[in-house]
Ligand binder design. Structure first.
Ligand code: ZN
Length: 156
């Protein structure tokens, strides 16, 4: 499975010049925990709800503070064709929870580590139950073969 199969395509963005207050409002309106900071289609950074809390923690005025003050950068991005497992490895190595997906220089989606791990766990479970079914079929097949053998084989 690839990033393009699970990514959120409607990514909520913010300009680096916008205030932290405005970014917080947008997160709440769109029910997201993360915004990608974009200027002229280029990704400048990424902000999460935790970054916004940092603004308050540092006693800034969120109406005056620009989001560029609190965004994380540089931003690690991936291609839509990247495999989930590889993306999960990159996120774990870099200790990031969200990965913007970029195609030909443009933002086309966003994936979160929690979505990837949930889907991989579901797949593992699906494989597990598939293997259980296969094992049952093999056992049933063996039994059938055994029962078709003559019950009393001639002694050698
Ligand atoms: Zn601030």
């Amino acid at each position: 499975m690839k990033l393009k199969d699970i990514m959120v395509r409607e990514v909520v963005t913010v300009s680096p010049e916008e205030s932290t207050a405005s970014a917080a409002r947008r997160m709440r309106e769109k029910s997201v925990g993360c915004l990608v900071v974009i200027l002229d289609k280029a990704i400048k950074g990424i902000v999460t709800d935790r970054d916004l809390l940092a603004c308050l923690g540092e006693s800034h005025d969120p109406r005056d503070c620009k989001i560029s003050t609190h965004m994380s950068r540089p931003v690690i991005v991936e291609r839509p064709e990247e495999e989930l497992l590889r993306a999960a490895e990159i996120m774990a190595e870099r200790r990031i929870k969200r990965l913007p997906v970029v195609e030909r220089g443009e933002l086309v989606g966003l994936v979160s580590f929690s979505d990837i791990s949930r889907i991989m766990a579901e797949q593992a479970q699906a494989y597990g139950s598939m293997w259980a079914s296969v094992t049952r079929l093999i056992r049933a097949e063996n039994l059938r073969h055994r029962s078709t053998k003559p019950s009393s084989a001639p002694a050698p």
